[in-house]
Structures are given as structure tokens and as C-alpha cells.
Design a protein around this ligand. Sequence first.
Ligand code: ADP
Ligand code: MG
Length: 205
Amino acid sequence: MAQQKATNITWHEATVTAEDREKLLNQKGCVIWFTGLSGSGKSTLANAVEQVLHQQQHHTYVLDGDNVRHGLNKNLGFSPEDREENIRRIGEVAKLFADAGTVVMTAFISPYRADRDQARALIAENRFVEVFVDCPLDVCEERDTKGLYKKARAGEIKEFTGISAPYEPPLNPEVAVNTAALSIEECALAVVEALVKAGLVPAGN
Ligand SMILES: Nc1ncnc2c1ncn2[C@@H]1O[C@H](COP(=O)(O)OP(=O)(O)O)[C@@H](O)[C@H]1O
Ligand SMILES: [Mg+2]
């Protein structure tokens, strides 16, 4: 848990509220949190879902693993502590996006249940949709989209999720999609349907 270092700081209440922004944007700010093994399909699905929502005139944004590690989190590695801090920051950034009224999608392995729950706890109830991108390790390894599993098996990458570092699957995700059994389109549709069910986007828009 990150410590509060600064003292003598006070919260300044905004005069334009989250509700005002939502009214302007005509949508509900929320977080769609994709979690799963490397190569399970998080980035592919987040982008497919974003495409659908964008077509429906929604204001969206995807926060993606490697991209964030190039900037905001460039000082973090893959130790358990750094993974926790990585996800803590993503959770806070996602919260800001949702507060700004955006439908924000996060595509990070986020292997630890406690870290995901911490992110969930930052967001208003019913505004956090956890998507378990479920794909057997052998299929992810077969895909090996970035060639990382090969390197991990060869011992060239330490602490690789699924090989030499743990992955804790969600116990109660709002949506679970098996990307080894369903097409990208079917999985994306399942996520969008869950958003409709949660009242976050209108049906058949
Ligand atoms: N149903 C599916 N959903 C998502 N990706 C799929 C699916 N079926 C096959 N794939 C493929 O699996 C790979 C997933 O890679 P990627 O999205 O980069 O994974 P991650 O972001 O989880 O590491 C892509 O090559 C994608 O085309
Ligand atoms: Mg990815």
C-alpha cells in the first residue's frame, strides 16, 4: 500500500462536477478492467470493444500495458512490489478518466486479485466491470504474439506470469470470455452486452 508522503494538502472541490461532465458527454464514465495472461487477448479485445463503443458515439480511451510502462510507469519492473505499484497507478489513472466521463478500458495482466480489488474499490459501485480474458496457458503460449513465452521458457525473462510468476484468476468477474473458444467479435459482443446489462451503455444503440 502506497504511503501518503505529502502533508499540508487539502482537497479542492471542483465547481464543474462529474455529473455535469456526464451530462455534456451523454454517457457514464466507467472502468472496464481486462485481466488475463500475456497473449490471452486483452489488448485485442479492449480495442475491439472500443471500436464498437466509438461507433456508438461514446468517448473512450484504452490504457494498455506496455504503453503505460513506456511513460508513467517507466520506473517500474515486474517484481511483485512493482507490479502492485503499476496496478495501483493504473487504478488511479482509470479513476481520473472515469471521473472525466470517459469509458476507460485497461488492458493489463494485473495478476494479483488484491491489486484488482484495490482498483475496484476506487471506483463507484456499478461503474467497474472486470473482464476475465480467459485463455489456457498452452494456447497463449502457442500464440506467443510477442515471443515472450519462448524467452521465459529459456529463462531469459524472469518472473513471467504463468511460467515463473503467479496469475490469480478473478473469482467473481462481471464478464468472462474464453478467447480460445470464441472469436474476437463474439468476445467483444459479450463485453458490450455486459455493459448494457450494467446500464452503462444503452441497448442496441
Ligand atoms: N477471441 C479472441 N479474443 C482476443 N484475441 C484473440 C481471440 N482469438 C484469437 N486471438 C488472438 O490472440 C492474440 C492476443 O494478443 P493480445 O491481444 O496482444 O494479448 P494480450 O494483450 O492479452 O497480451 C492476438 O493475436 C489475437 O488475434
Ligand atoms: Mg496487451
